[in-house]
Write a protein that binds this ligand. Structure first.
Ligand SMILES: Nc1ncnc2c1ncn2[C@@H]1O[C@H](COP(=O)(O)OP(=O)(O)OP(=O)(O)O)[C@@H](O)[C@H]1O
Length: 328
């Protein structure tokens, strides 16, 4: 079951966009974060920086510690060691002040099975310190509309599919304007339309300056939606920073093996594809040209192509290494 704690919004009736936070600060920050369950070290030495306004993808294979880290960020789990700051407040001691400004979609109890989706949201809305009583009805209707659940709003929660429960959890996170929204595997159980809607909502949140933290085990999803990435592996952050920097840590290249190196370079350059001679062939950065176009150009020019090999970006390389290790 999913539970929404709060949310943010653009252009909803009765609510204004979230106020931007002071620049140069972090929306969330952890230092030396550690969580041990019995003999299992779920999270260890995590130093996470979430810049204001970022959409940060927490990327990692199953069991890498994403959910545990998110739960500690939200004060739902007390760390074994280390520090958490959320919107400048120390967690979990100052959770009341911090959480009023945070929307979250996390696994856990929260919705009443015998109430409709709409009534569940109204109950949560009534508990929101930043939502006036007279604005609850409209905020609930807007949130349901935004997540594509308006048609099923008056059905009982217990009859919802997993994707519908996820949508309701997201709607709960969107009830009121917040500075930070945290989504744990939001596309879990979603059909393609649901996935698109989640992406749209994240883009809208980003557009109004809301910071978003989203966990996923899918690299493509993170690449499509995030400005920043933190890669987790066995409870530790093994890489983090702006997505562009991590990708640039090795732009994708195509290495073509050929005995006709000079002809190949010339053919590609005359087709305006930047290429350089490499050991046993040519190398092409795939930022300006697609691999099939490169091959086609070479073949048309009569160059003998023995082999073509695409090298992955830094992020693809890092993530593949980690997931392959885990057999995922
Ligand atoms: N309440 C708990 N009790 C015991 N072990 C736990 C508990 N919560 C998490 N763990 C363990 O901690 C490790 C990290 O789990 P966590 O759920 O944080 O990973 P995750 O990256 O979110 O995984 P997934 O993608 O599968 O959701 C796992 O080994 C998990 O079994």
């Amino acid at each position: 079951m999913t539970a929404g704690l709060a949310g943010t919004e653009i252009g909803q009736a009765g609510v204004a966009p979230a106020a931007p936070a002071p620049s140069g600060t972090l929306a969330a920050r952890t230092r030396g974060l550690r969580k041990v369950y019995g003999k299992t070290v779920a999270v260890d030495r995590v130093d996470l920086d979430v810049p204001q306004g970022a959409v940060l993808g927490m990327l990692g294979p199953n069991g890498s510690g994403k959910t545990t880290t998110i739960r500690m960020l939200l004060g739902l789990v007390r760390p074994t060691a280390g520090e958490v700051e959320l919107l400048g407040h120390r967690m979990p001691d100052e959770s009341t002040a911090a959480l009023a400004q945070v929307g979250a979609l996390v696994e856990g109890p929260g919705f009443h099975p015998f109430l409709t989706g709409r009534d569940n949201l109204r109950r949560l809305g009534a508990a929101e310190p930043l939502l006036e009583t007279r604005a609850i009805k409209g905020a609930v209707a807007d949130a349901l509309e935004r997540v594509g659940l308006a048609h099923a709003a008056d059905r009982k929660f217990r009859g919802y599919s997993l994707g519908m429960k996820q949508r309701l959890g997201l709607a709960a996170a969107l009830l009121v304007p917040r500075r930070l929204v945290i989504l744990d595997e939001p596309t879990n159980g979603m059909d393609p339309a649901g996935t698109r809607e989640i992406r749209k909502v994240m883009a809208q949140l980003h557009a109004v300056g809301t910071t978003v933290v989203v966990s996923s085990h899918l690299l493509a999803e993170v690449e499509a939606t995030c400005t920043h990435v933190a890669v987790l592996h066995q409870g530790t952050v093994v890489g983090q920073g702006p997505l562009a920097d991590l990708l640039e840590a090795g732009a994708p290249t195509l290495t073509v093996s050929t005995p006709d190196i000079a002809e190949a370079v010339e053919a590609l350059r005359s087709a305006k594809i930047p290429a350089r001679a490499a050991d046993g062939g040519v190398r092409v950065e795939l930022t300006g040209a697609e691999a099939p176009k490169v091959i086609e150009t070479l073949v048309r020019a009569g160059v003998s192509v023995h082999e073509a090999h695409r090298e992955r970006t830094g992020l693809e390389e890092l993530f593949a290494r980690l997931t392959e290790e885990d057999g995922a």
